[in-house]
Every structure is written in C-alpha cells, then in structure tokens.
Ligand binder design. Structure first.
Ligand code: ACO
Ligand code: LMR
Length: 264
C-alpha cells in the first residue's frame, strides 16, 4: 500500500491548496459577499467557526476601540522612540507590541479567567477582591492610570451599551461591574478598564451563542485567545505612530535629564 511521508506541521484553520484559499472551510469568494468584515475573519481563523452578526460586530468594535490611545501609553511610546532611532516599520511595531502584558493591554485573558472563576463560584465581589488582595494579586481588568470614577472610560461605556442591547446575556459583565462597584469604594481609579470589560463580555459572548461547548469555553479561557484582540487592535495604532514619526521627520529621541531622578 501507499506509505505516507511523515508530516512536519499539523494545521486546522485554513487551506490554500484548492482553487481559492479557505478560512475554516469558508472560501474567499463567500467572505467577499455581503457585509462580512474582519470580525468574520477573526471568528474563522481564531475560533474556527462562523459567528452571528452581533458577535462579529462586537469583535470589530473591540478592534476599533482599542486601535489607539494616544502617544503617551507604553506601546506607542516604545514605537515612537524606536521609529525615531531610525528603525524600520516592523522593528518599531514589535517594540511597541512587546510592552503589551499584564499591566498594559494584556490583562484581558486574566480578567476573563478570574472573573469566570469568581462568578462561577458565586463569590461575592468583596470576597473576590479581598481574596486577591490576600494573595497579593491585582485584579486584572480593574484600574487605570488616567480614568476614574468621575472620568469613566468611554470605550467601556460603548461596549457595555452595545452588549446590553445585543447580547442575550451579560452575566459576567454584571459581575465585573459589581467588582468595580466594590473597588471604587477603595480608590477612585479602580474602574473596570477596557481589558476587563472585553474579558467579561467575551465570556458572555462565548456563553450566549450556544456555538461553543463548555469544554471549548474552558479551553479558550485556558489557552488565552483574548489578549490577541488588543495586540491586533493596537498594531493599527502603533503602525500609525511609526509612520507619523517618519512623516514628521523626528530625530533621535533622548530622554531629558530633568525627567530623571538620579539617585544613589
Ligand atoms: N486590583 C487591586 N488593587 C489595585 C489594582 C487592581 N487591579 N490596581 C491598583 N490597585 C491598588 C493597589 O493597592 C496599588 O498599590 P500596590 O502598588 O501596592 O499594589 C494602588 O492601587 C496603586 O497602584 P498604582 O500602581 O499606583 O496604580 P496605577 O495607576 O499605576 O496602575 C494599572 C494602573 C497598572 C492599570 C493597575 O491598576 C493594574 O495593575 N491593573 C490590573 C492590570 C490591568 O487591568 N491592566 C490593564 C489596564 S487597561 C489597558 O492597559 C488597555
Ligand atoms: C490604552 O488603551 O492604552 C490605555 O487604556 C492605557 C492608558 O494608560 O491610557
């Protein structure tokens, strides 16, 4: 009989061998029909399935709303400095992307993990927050450098508003809001941030489409798909910053001495 040569790679999300490439079995021509967009592509390539319109629109909103947040945040700052050091687009982009992590933009997966665990165990928000404090862990998805109780994050409001209108259930978001209510009693900047809001709402999305089994949801949360949303989104802004610096012909950046406390 035929002997199959051993394969080097196993891949399950796309196929480019036919007349036209397919994403999770959906061919390009189909994707170009109607009002399908990048949310549909993310649904296919990340989640390996088609998702309803309200879900793909939500994904697109996350990408649009997280695309940029000014030149002062960690990611944009790194990209600007790198671009001004004369480096190419890819180097400037990855330099910014490398700042995405537990403090900046990359708290979505952990927010989803902790909110899910606490809500599923029916922990009261104060119990949850105090437990985290005892463990010395800051609640992922809570807190912001410039946003606060009286200066809430518009992105969070917009996502909440959309979900309340279109999601079948917002159980996890409601839990996250109760956590925020409690943390705000401690400190005014301990708001539900955009990472936390996306983390909670994605749990609601996964649970409410009935397109995912509980085992799949556990897997998505465990593997950590959701920081990818911020990485993807912020790449748009970072590319903008890298190009902006070249366009503005900005020279090498050197941090001013008076902005540094030299100490022994
Ligand atoms: N949970 C509990 N307590 C907190 C939290 C939190 N998430 N954030 C701040 N605090 C409290 C702590 O008591 C902290 O003191 P500590 O340093 O002894 O832990 C105190 O507030 C002051 O913290 P600061 O570091 O001064 O707060 P800062 O404004 O610098 O932090 C930050 C902002 C980094 C976002 C912080 O709130 C945090 O780590 N949050 C969790 C991670 C997160 O969600 N990041 C995503 C932010 S949104 C985005 O990047 C797109
Ligand atoms: C962001 O989206 O970059 C932020 O929420 C972080 C910040 O400090 O503005």
């Amino acid at each position: 009989g035929k002997v199959r040569v051993p394969t080097n790679i196993v891949s399950s999300i796309c196929d480019d061998r036919g007349e036209e490439p397919t994403y999770a079995g959906v061919d390009m021509s189909t994707l170009m029909v109607g009002d399908r967009g990048v949310g549909d592509v993310i649904a296919l390539l990340w989640f390996k399935r088609q998702l309803p319109k309200y879900a793909t629109r939500f994904i697109e909103m996350c990408v649009m709303l997280c695309a940029d947040h000014g030149p002062c945040v960690s990611g944009a700052h790194n990209t600007i400095v790198t671009s001004r050091a004369g480096k190419d687009l890819v180097s400037s982009l990855v330099s910014g992307l490398l700042t995405i992590g537990p403090r900046f933009g990359g708290a979505i997966d952990d927010a989803a993990r902790y909110f899910k665990d606490a809500a599923d165990r029916r922990l009261e928000p104060d119990e949850f927050v105090e437990d985290m404090k005892k463990q010395g862990i800051r609640v992922p998805g809570i807190g912001h450098r410039i946003k606060s109780k009286d200066n809430k994050d518009k992105r969070v409001e917009l996502l909440q508003k959309y979900a309340s209108k279109y999601f079948p259930s917002t159980k996890y978001l409601q839990y996250a809001c109760r956590v925020e209510q409690y943390t705000l009693t401690k400190q005014a900047n301990l708001v539900l941030n955009v990472d936390g809001c996306i983390g909670a709402l994605f749990l609601d999305l996964l649970n409410s489409t009935s397109l995912f089994t509980q085992a799949e949801i556990e897997d998505i949360v465990k593997i950590g798909y959701l920081n990818g949303l911020f990485v993807l989104a912020r790449s748009i802004g970072l590319i903008g910053h890298a190009l902006d610096q070249k366009r503005l012909q900005q020279g090498l950046y050197r941090h001013p001495w008076d902005m540094v406390l030299y100490t022994k």
